[in-house]
Design a protein around this ligand. Sequence first.
Ligand SMILES: C[C@@](CO)(OP(=O)(O)O)[C@H](O)COP(=O)(O)OP(=O)(O)OC[C@H]1O[C@@H](n2ccc(N)nc2=O)[C@H](O)[C@@H]1O
Ligand SMILES: Nc1ncnc2c1ncn2[C@@H]1O[C@H](COP(=O)(O)OP(=O)(O)O)[C@@H](O)[C@H]1O
Length: 301
Amino acid sequence: MSITVRGAAKINLHLGVGRVREDGFHPLDTVYQAIGIHDDLTVATADALSLLTHVADHIDPASVPDGDDNIVLRAARLLAARTGAPATGAFVVRKDIPVAGGMAGGSADAAAALVAHDRLHDLHTPDDVLLALAAELGSDIPFSLVGGTARGVGRGELVTPVEDRGAWWWVAVPSTVGLSTPVVYRHFDVLHPDAPEVPASAEPLLAALASGEPVRLARALHNDLQEPAIDLRPELGDLIVRGEAEGALRGMVSGSGPTVVFLCESAEGARETALGLAGSGEEVVLTATGPVAGAHVLTPV
Ligand SMILES: C[C@@](CO)(OP(=O)(O)O)[C@H](O)COP(=O)(O)OP(=O)(O)OC[C@H]1O[C@@H](n2ccc(N)nc2=O)[C@H](O)[C@@H]1O
Ligand SMILES: Nc1ncnc2c1ncn2[C@@H]1O[C@H](COP(=O)(O)OP(=O)(O)O)[C@@H](O)[C@H]1O
């Protein structure tokens, strides 16, 4: 038997970050959106646990860890340990989501692995258990299960779907060199030692989402990690300016970066912005719509 599960990239439409907690995590008020850049994970019945990774041309294969460090195998082992299921399965991941790019590619793979491993072994794990295991593996992973557009609080792991009346067009420009999430959070602490305990509220962004109007959403986009990311990588600021000059409504760093995403008025607007950026020397320019589904089975079981 084999099962294929698709996981989606995420962007943060609002990322309010508060003062670092005693456990080292930051309190967040964030709004995630799953967008149409995907990793596909297939698992087949096997006597042992194994993983093969294939990457798209724009991804450096060396950037994806082999073996036990890969979050796919960590997810499968965790689910097996908690349910008593066998820790077996031959996993193959096809990656299109930029690695260490602020788009939660590893989280998409982990969510897909939880769903695939659950189906492979016919476990019928309840949703609340899958969400709790996802949160143990990483703050973004519960959202990767849920998908769509959702608000995340706590350290980002407490996720609730929100009203979204839009079909939004995005252009994403990944960087060839990733940026480490903890490094960006630590730089936020250096720049903002007096950050408020309560992060900036996502309420204005939620109102813009419910309006379905791209110009309103563009004005409401907010990312507290953009400043530290640009401080670490000044070229990201230049890229935002260039994309906006090519017609995007607004550019911003995706999560902790270094991918930059641009909200566009329409499909045509996204095409023009993408062509303009490609023409000005950007080698990889991806176009996607959102919201899309979270981790879901593609093949019949
Ligand atoms: C910044 C965000 C925004 O959605 O995503 P990315 O841009 O990385 O995709 C997330 O908060 C990333 O979530 P995720 O990548 O799952 O983080 P985790 O594995 O839980 O944590 C990795 C490290 O990031 C820092 N971290 C993470 C979440 C949080 N609320 N506060 C933190 O300070 C901690 O240093 C932690 O050790
Ligand atoms: N399946 C995987 N895909 C991508 N990265 C992975 C995977 N498993 C583990 N990692 C590690 O997780 C780190 C963060 O990757 P990723 O989730 O792509 O980025 P981000 O946290 O910026 O969204 C990578 O640098 C890599 O070392």
